[in-house]
Design a protein around this ligand. Structure first.
Ligand SMILES: *Cc1c(COP(=O)(O)O)cnc(C)c1O
Length: 421
């Protein structure tokens, strides 16, 4: 701890961070010899288990061949192959891949492209429509389009204005879903009707809002948003940094909902959790507006590690494993659903919900919800003694295991959750 400053950590009150020595499959081994089952894929990035030999080998071999090259004026096979693999699986309008290296920059790039697109086609559209409870990252632009909270409060003078509408979160047995969705759609269409030329785009986390508390919405809602977006001719941006790569039970949330966004942002699972990498994929129509000799229509953006070959090689290896594991990520929702049904009458749990490989529930306690709810701290500490790595978001307990987790392990996780809660 002497020289390391940890993220999202209240320094003075924080317990010593647990030192991790190694990882194998779904398990992490701590320095003191304890083993914990990683129920949250290590900050939602690990798809196929820790230290997977296929991805490790791909990185090793790529490192011995070409570790890095400037990506302006140069290209390489790993970047081209990864782009082709992913765009082949995305909705067919999304074909132009812009590389960066984390989720926040993937979103910043998406917003900058959307904003500039309108200038390139001769319009001024400056405002984004965003959702309550959203999280898009910690850089200034990404903070501006996310929920304003204790996380962003210090920087509020630096952030730009956005239009915020509610996210119609729903859960198993929710009877109000249609009403909530209708109310949000009314608000959205009101904004678009009153100021049709004001909005650069609608930005959202489709199907599941991650850091905001694993809040889930329906496929139908996304279809309605998509329909309005078409009708009012604005851009639809999907932040699939977390929901991408099988998480919601299909390759991407947009595929599950059968919706074509104009821009999609991907990161977290892209390399299976091995290398920092992200991409922002734009529609051909958007790309064409930049296809000009005019420097003012050029996208002047890039990072030193843009398109890093090691990241791309890891991405290709991870994609192959994802293809092999299609039945696993498509089948996990049924397993979660079975277990959630057993917890449905638990007196301390409510709003049980599932989307693909992600299951979540709210723990009822006296404090109101929110990230700083103390139940999170207690569970974080106690679950390690039960051999589990869990990190509730406030009073929201969730599971997002790597795809190598077995059914027996899931049985065991749910049994222990029942006890812990
Ligand atoms: C994690 C996350 C981000 C930010 O990604 P970083 O790699 O942490 O910068 C953005 N959007 C969503 C939906 C996320 O879950």
């Amino acid at each position: 701890m002497k020289n390391v400053w940890h993220p999202f950590t209240i320094i003075k009150d924080a317990p010593e961070p647990l030192k991790v020595k190694s990882g194998k499959g779904a398990y992490l081994t701590l320095e003191d010899g304890r083993e914990v089952l990683d129920c949250i894929s290590s900050w939602w990035v690990n798809m196929h288990g820790h230290s997977h030999p296929d991805i490790a080998k791909a990185i090793y071999e790529q490192a011995l061949t070409l570790e890095h090259v400037i990506f302006a004026g140069f290209t390489h096979d790993p970047a081209e192959q990864l782009s082709e693999l992913i765009t082949n699986e995305l909705p067919k309008n999304l074909n132009k891949v812009f590389f960066s290296d984390n989720g926040s920059t993937a979103v910043e790039v998406g917003m900058k492209i959307a904003y500039q697109y309108w200038k390139n086609v001769g319009q001024e559209r400056k405002t984004f429509i965003c959702f309550e409870g959203a999280y898009h990252g910690d850089t200034l632009g990404a903070m501006s389009v996310g929920e304003r909270s204790i996380f962003t409060d210090v920087f509020k003078d630096w952030m730009f204005d956005v239009e915020v509408i509610p996210y119609p979160e729903t859960w198993i047995g929710d009877k109000e879903r249609a009403n909530k969705e209708d109310a949000v759609m009314e608000q959205l269409e009101g904004l678009l009707t009153n100021n049709p030329d004001k909005y650069a785009g609608i930005l959202m986390e489709p199907l599941v809002q991650g850091a905001g508390g694993m809040r889930m919405c329906s496929e139908e809602f996304l279809q309605k948003v998509h329909w309005s977006n078409r009708q009012f001719d604005t851009l639809l941006l999907f932040d699939e940094v977390m929901t991408g790569f099988g998480r919601t039970g299909d390759y991407f949330a947009c595929k599950r909902a059968q919706v074509q966004p104009d821009i999609i942002c991907l990161s977290k699972g892209i390399t299976g959790g091995f290398m920092p990498l992200s991409i922002t994929v734009s529609s051909d129509e958007i790309y064409e507006s930049f296809n000009s000799s005019d420097p003012i229509k050029t996208f002047w953006h890039g990072h030193s590690y843009t398109g890093n070959p090691l990241g791309c090689a890891a991405g290709i290896a991870s994609w192959k494993l994802l293809k092999e594991n299609e039945p696993v990520f498509k089948g996990m929702e049924a397993i979660h659903t079975k277990h959630l049904a057993k917890l449905a009458d638990h007196p301390r749990l409510e709003k049980l919900r599932v989307k693909g490989t992600i299951a979540a529930m709210d723990i009822i306690n006296e404090e109101k919800g929110g990230y700083l709810n103390s139940v999170a701290k207690r569970i974080k500490e106690e679950c390690v003694d039960h051999g589990l790595l869990l990190r509730p978001l406030g009073n929201v307990l969730y599971l997002m295991p790597p795809y190598c987790v077995t059914e027996d392990e899931l049985d065991m996780i749910y049994e222990k959750i029942g006890e812990l809660v």
